[in-house]
Design a protein. Sequence first.
Length: 449
Amino acid sequence: PTPDPVAGAAVKAADRAHVFHSWSAQGLIDPLAVAGADGAYFWDYDGNRYLDFSCQLVNTNIGHQHPKVVAAIQEQAGKLCTIAPGFAVDVRSEAARLIAERTPGDLDKIFFTNGGAEAVENAVRMARLHTGRPKVLSAYRSYHGATSTAINLTGDPRRWPSDSASAGVVHFWAPFLYRSPFHAENEAQECERALRHLEDTIAFEGPQTIAAIVLETIPGTAGIMVPPPGYLPGVREICDRYGIVFVLDEVMAGFGRTGRWFAAEHFDVVPDLLTFAKGVNSGYVPLGGVAISAEIAATFDQRPYPGGLTYSGHPLACASAVATINTMAEEGIVENAAAIGENVIGPGLREIAERHPSVGEVRGTGVFWALDLVKNKETREPLVPYNASGPANQPMADFAAACKRGGLWPFVNMNRTHVVPPCTVTETEAKEGLAVLDEALSAADAHTG
Ligand code: PLP
């Protein structure tokens, strides 16, 4: 792409004039003006190209501008741009079929939303109506979206300003051996104690008051903590025993991210409801949804489901989902994510960790990895304090700036950087990104001691 800094400056000025940005103090931000994107890269107007190791917000699983998905959207736009959710329409039915074919167990009915938070909202609504119970349990160290119920379920500081005592949400600790809430020494212990803690929480809250337990299959933004093998089957068993609906949030982990279509497959577990968004169509058009078990779907056979959205199952979104899923299947993109994770990213990150005093732990699978950065490998003290901002966050800011100078766009959250490239990433691209990361980590090392 030919650099055009004048155009870039105009784009930025127009943004600053009228665009109000998410999660930001409007006067303190300086958004990069983006000129274009392709595959694993995007670029600005100044001639800088970035390898996208963040997949934007971990959503471009198929990479930027995949020609088959772009063509499907163009074709659908020429046929039928929009139609209300009450009608039957070919692309919506086909998207639902392709998703239901891939979700685990009997999750065969699909309710479409515009994104992840709405999927979580509707899953909770379904669980409350199905059980007639008010409360919902979710984990600390989680993210479920920014609408009312979803932000209350969230277990990170973004919940605090929107917290509502009437939301009926109770938080508990899920397993995370590296920073064990249970002072466990091994995975088996962590798993057993985490399940006991969940049972205790349920007992003290009153099982008859709990509609659902909502968990990310592998927590994403909160740190990519792959649970011990027995944990999710254990939660499934607890839910069955108390008649609690088990909701797995696969908004980030789903559609190839972990090297499987859904992360639940790694643990051989079938939830009652599964939420998805992001990778379902890589965000080319906003789309999310809830995959619903036969039993919960049956609750609404004779009784109306009291929820809906003007754009539920939007044709452009569904056409892009159909093209995305078919292309991922035809091109072996999920298999690529698994192989690159196992053969390139995993080993590469573990090697990097050995060289850098700031890398405390490497964890992940597929194209879903986290580096837990620390001040000291022995004490595991995080490189920056929890929820740090301003000068306290300087070590992470230095690291992120070093990545960008090297042509890599990183995903950074608190004291972690996540390695979340597209599922289509090639070995060459992955190695290019790891090399930049390796160099940029020197900026984090400078704050260890
Ligand atoms: N659930 C999980 C696990 C997520 O990672 C996210 C977004 O990052 C959401 C829900 C919310 O999705 P959205 O931003 O599309 O509303």
